[in-house]
Design a protein around this ligand. Sequence first.
Ligand SMILES: [Zn+2]
Length: 57
Amino acid sequence: MAKVVECPECGCEIEVADDVLQGEILECPDCAVELEVVSVEPLAVELAPEEEEDWGE
Ligand SMILES: [Zn+2]
């Protein structure tokens, strides 16, 4: 059963493989942003640290 996580960038729901690993990079199918899996249980993602610096808040 696939997990679903919300994209922090655009808010869409992303399907994640059930055996996803912490540290894995996902790409949002909607806004194409890269997301890093920071936690598997519970599932949580953050914008992958790469482009720009900090988005601030
Ligand atoms: Zn997105």
